[in-house]
Design a protein around this ligand. Structure first.
Ligand code: DC
Length: 232
């Protein structure tokens, strides 16, 4: 392990496996791991719980903007090495992964003030480097100076299949077509929003993991990290 600490930005499409690889790399090299998507999900849960999103998905922007400065988001390390997201001190890790949050998160993540507030928090978390952060705009907006940027992709069908299996394993009643529709809809909103859309940074390295095993993906990422740390 090296003493040199860097920022590692892993961006990409939803359910592309970026969190799995980011979390594993962080544990391996003793870095802090931050799931920026969990932060957008926590704000979405907050908005849902405070009736700021109606049945049609319309957001009460004024109420959300007013509430934003007082919403507290934090992470709690768990004994098994994972971490849970805290919303105003409450563990919301399970709730933020449910379909009602997934269905509403992209419009919330498109709100300019939400992005500004979360970007600030993310930069504070990365102040001392030694961090792996995954998301959609980490290499482009949050840390354009990141020393290592990865852009992960896989086909929509492959990503929907992975999410379907993950949710079924957790005992959630899910339907594959519904999950695929959610993935495609989120891709579209994430790519076309005005504020900080999902976009590959010019200096990012591409990874299409559609046909890779997790071990192959991890080995590939380790190689990229070592290359940067060794100044190659
Ligand atoms: O990675 P995820 O599926 O948990 O992300 C949830 C949503 O949050 C996703 O629809 C896009 C948004 N997001 C974002 O806009 N910017 C980030 N840095 C991370 C996530």
């Amino acid at each position: 392990m090296s003493d040199k600490k860097i920022i590692i930005a892993i961006d990409g499409y939803s359910s592309s496996g970026k969190s799995t690889m980011a979390r594993r790399l962080a544990a391996e090299i003793g870095y802090r791991y931050i799931d920026s998507g969990a932060m957008y999900r926590a704000v979405t849960l907050y908005a849902l719980e405070h009736d700021m999103i109606d049945a049609e998905g319309n957001i009460d922007l004024e109420a959300l903007r007013t509430a934003l400065p007082s919403i507290s988001i934090d992470f709690r390390p768990m004994p098994d090495g994972t971490q849970h997201t805290l919303l105003d001190g409450r563990d919301v890790e399970t709730e933020i992964r449910q379909l009602r949050v997934s269905d509403n998160v992209s419009p919330i993540a498109a709100v300019k003030e939400v992005r500004a507030a979360l970007t600030d928090m993310q930069r504070t978390l990365g102040r001392d480097k030694g961090i792996v952060m995954d998301g959609r705009d980490i290499g482009t907006t949050v840390f354009p100076q990141a020393e290592l940027k990865i852009f992960v992709n896989a086909s929509a069908e492959m990503r929907a299949r992975r999410r379907f299996i993950e949710m079924s394993d957790k005992g959630e009643p899910v339907n594959y077509e519904e999950v695929l529709a959610n993935v495609v809809r989120r891709d579209h909103i994430d790519e076309t929003r005005e504020e900080s859309p999902l976009r590959r940074a010019d200096d990012a390295i591409d990874l299409d993991n559609s046909n890779m095993t997790i071990d192959e993906q991890n080995a590939w990422l380790d190689k990229q990290y070592k290359r940067v740390i060794n100044g190659e």
